[in-house]
Design a protein around this ligand. Structure first.
Ligand SMILES: *[C@@H]1O[C@H](CO)[C@@H](O)[C@H](O)[C@H]1NC(C)=O
Ligand SMILES: *[C@@H]1O[C@H](CO)[C@@H](O)[C@H](O)[C@H]1NC(C)=O
Ligand SMILES: *[C@@H]1O[C@H](CO)[C@@H](O)[C@H](O)[C@H]1NC(C)=O
Ligand SMILES: *[C@@H]1O[C@H](CO)[C@@H](O)[C@H](O)[C@H]1NC(C)=O
Ligand SMILES: *[C@@H]1O[C@H](CO)[C@@H](O)[C@H](O)[C@H]1NC(C)=O
Ligand SMILES: *[C@@H]1O[C@H](CO)[C@@H](O)[C@H](O)[C@H]1NC(C)=O
Length: 439
């Protein structure tokens, strides 16, 4: 901020101190501010914004929480810049940005908006989104800045997890360091934009777990379809590619957090009866969800021993490695090429499909199969959309990695077709291969 405007701003703070908020407002304008102890409350009393101390810490942070459970913080502004005392003030600076300053008038956080506003106002919406806009432009959603664009560790209903494809701007979750410290860690939950988008948890840019690609219903490896609480969706258009969810019932509170201390992403639902937050599911779900728990071309099965098993048509590269997770790499049984004449596809059901590779949404299943069969480097195929009878095409070349057999009573996973020598398929399948080549 320029020296001049900074002093004008401080001066106006002193002058206008009689205008402090003494009522449950959801909006501040450039003439108002929020001091430690004062809060904004969204119109239906769902969310509250103000200063808080996390866990056993005495540090103060500006954040948003559920009014009904104030200990559940859903967003933090000054994550890496704690205020050691209660002198924090949030206001709108003379150029129209939100700024958080402390007693020493240091700027601890600002909204980083790129346009100077004439009549700015900041409002805490009932969605939990804290927005900054021109007060003359209330009807549009043309916000100058919004907290939903800068998530902390929490994904609320209506928030986007993913990418602006035009600008390369990514919205993703990063966990708190500990319950006492909301500072940003590299433990994150994000959307990977390959041909087929998938969610993953990573730390230091290493994948910890991946969801499997979005298949039109859910991310194959996270059992979220057919739940009664929320509808998951992936939006893909020219400008954006993101994951988002909506509760079926707007009065139901649900949230996702990414939690470094448990190493998981957790989905909570507020239980009105008990007044507590119940965990609907957490993910990684089981050992097989840990990224590349088993080596290449092997299948991870949580409930079996050994957990890792070579796919049909593959054998352990080294017999000594057998059964040792991660080190068991499997290689093709027969090295001499049968391809493409004496090969076919084996169907594996309820699979988290391999880490993704190539896709074509407009191909149908037959075209997909034919294209994969023709190309000897194609190792497997699957539908990219299983919402109807199955459509779209995913194909994998090279080693098949991070495959899991989805077990239990959930409805998850999908059919995966792996290329195997016809000798592995049995007579009927062999005929099937021949017939499909003739037809
Ligand atoms: C507005 O002021 C804030 C706080 O001084 C500063 O961080 C920001 O860069 C300024 N924005 C513009 C557009 O000048
Ligand atoms: C503020 O915006 C600039 C330019 O868009 C960007 O480089 C910078 O990282 C942003 N800072 C924060 C804290 O978001
Ligand atoms: C993260 O997980 C730890 C250990 O399970 C738990 O104590 C903590 O409350 C969780 N954090 C949040 C924000 O839920
Ligand atoms: C497919 O996977 C192979 C092996 O991991 C990799 O080299 C290639 O870049 C991937 N192709 C695409 C389109 O992602
Ligand atoms: C996808 O498949 C359709 C139908 O076979 C084809 O017309 C189209 O060219 C393919 N697109 C790409 C990028 O391969
Ligand atoms: C076979 O698949 C590989 C890997 O996807 C690709 O690079 C190659 O161009 C394909 N070959 C043919 C003939 O389509």
């Amino acid at each position: 901020m320029e020296i001049l405007s900074f002093f004008t701003f401080l001066f106006s703070l002193t002058l206008l101190s009689t205008l402090e908020l003494s009522f449950a407002a959801d909006t501040i304008t450039s003439r108002q501010y929020i001091r430690d102890g004062e809060t904004l409350t969204s119109s239906s009393q769902r969310y509250e914004l103000g200063f808080f101390s996390p866990g056993n810490s005495n540090n103060r942070f500006l954040g948003i929480w559920y009014k009904i459970t104030p200990q559940v913080i859903v967003w933090v502004a000054n994550r890496n810049k704690p205020i050691p005392d209660k002198t924090g003030v949030l206001t709108i600076s003379s150029n129209g940005s939100l700024v958080l300053i402390d007693e020493g008038k240091r700027i601890l956080w600002s909204s980083n908006s790129s346009r100077i506003l004439a009549n700015p106002e900041a409002q805490l919406l009932d969605s939990g989104n804290f927005i900054l806009r021109e007060s003359t432009d209330r009807s549009s959603e043309n916000y100058m800045w919004q907290s939903f664009d800068y998530p902390s560790d929490t994904l609320l209903a209506g928030m986007k997890l993913g990418w602006n494809l035009k600008t390369g701007f990514e919205r993703y979750l990063t966990s708190w360091r500990s319950v006492d410290d909301p500072s940003v860690t590299d433990f994150s939950y994000r959307l990977e934009i390959n041909d087929a988008p998938q969610l993953y948890i990573s730390t230091s840019s290493k994948k910890v777990a991946r969801s499997g690609p979005w298949n039109g219903v859910q991310f194959g490896g996270i059992p979220m379809a057919h739940n009664k609480v929320f509808k998951p969706m992936v939006v893909h258009n020219e400008d954006e590619l993101y994951y988002m969810y909506k509760p079926f019932d707007d009065t139901v509170l649900t949230r996702i957090i990414v939690n470094q201390s448990s190493g998981t992403m957790q989905r909570f639902v507020f239980n009105k009866g008990s007044g507590a937050w119940d965990i609907l599911y957490s993910w990684p779900f089981d050992t097989c969800d840990h990224f590349e728990q088993c080596g290449a071309n092997s299948n991870c099965r949580t409930s079996r021993t050994p957990m890792c098993e070579c796919l049909k048509g593959f054998v352990p590269k080294s017999q000594d490695d057998w059964g040792t997770p991660q080190t068991t790499t499997c290689v093709k049984k027969s090295q001499e090429s049968d391809c493409p004449d004496r090969e076919g596809f084996l169907k594996l059901v309820r699979m988290k499909v391999p880490d993704n590779n190539w896709s074509n949404q407009s191909m149908n299943t037959q075209e997909c199969r034919a294209k994969c069969l023709k190309n000897c480097s194609c190792m497997a195929y699957a539908n990219s959309d299983i919402s109807g009878k199955g459509s779209g095409c995913l194909m994998w070349s090279g080693d098949l990695t991070d495959i899991k057999e989805c077990s239990g009573s959930f409805s998850w996973g999908q059919d995966l077709y792996i290329r195997v020598p016809a000798s592995e398929l049995g007579l009927i399948k062999f005929l099937d291969v021949l017939c499909s080549k003739i037809s």
